[in-house]
Design a protein around this ligand. Sequence first.
Ligand code: ADP
Length: 199
Amino acid sequence: MITIDKVSKIYNGTFKAVDDLSIEIASGEIVGFIGPNGAGKTTTMRIITGLAYPTSGQVVLDGETDIKGLTEKRKKIGCIIEGPALNLDMTAKQNLKALCILYGVSFDRIEKILKLVGLCNESGKKVKHFSLGMKQRLGIGMALVNDPKFLILDEPINGLDPDGILEVRNLIKQISRERKATILVSSHILSELYQMVDN
Ligand code: ADP
């Protein structure tokens, strides 16, 4: 479970990017995080994942609030924030392998992830030749390498065509169903977001 408790983030001493935000996300839920560009969604996600510190307030992950406890829990977060971090000169499999090495986990999970994200048949193709939708699906696959309990996806459908949006939407629902992960997904497109979330 993720709790955001009265979190504010002030940049440059004066600019309030997040203003006294409180959210509770129950275990296993897909929660949509909706707001126009500049509303503070990415900043909030960065705070949850530890990429930024809140100016005030706190994040609670499974009851943990101190740095040590949060660091442990954050090992079980998979995320895409501000676009997936992909090596464009490598194939999907090579990208996943590199991340497995980084996490120190076995390569066994790679085939399963490639199947899940529908990239099994793209083994020879470098990521630079992927469509945006394929890159986004690979990014979601990369976020699954550490077998996350929490999945945080920042604007995963941004820029995708209708087919790409449908694929990503179905993928997110499937991950929720099969892995029972708690998923926070942001978008500025309400009509799309509301079709994939529980809340
Ligand atoms: P969203 O994801 O909802 O589009 P962001 O969290 O990216 O919103 O940004 C919220 C506001 O905070 C924006 O006005 C943005 O320009 C500002 N902002 C984000 N990061 C920084 C930063 N590192 N320094 C200063 N301002 C920032």
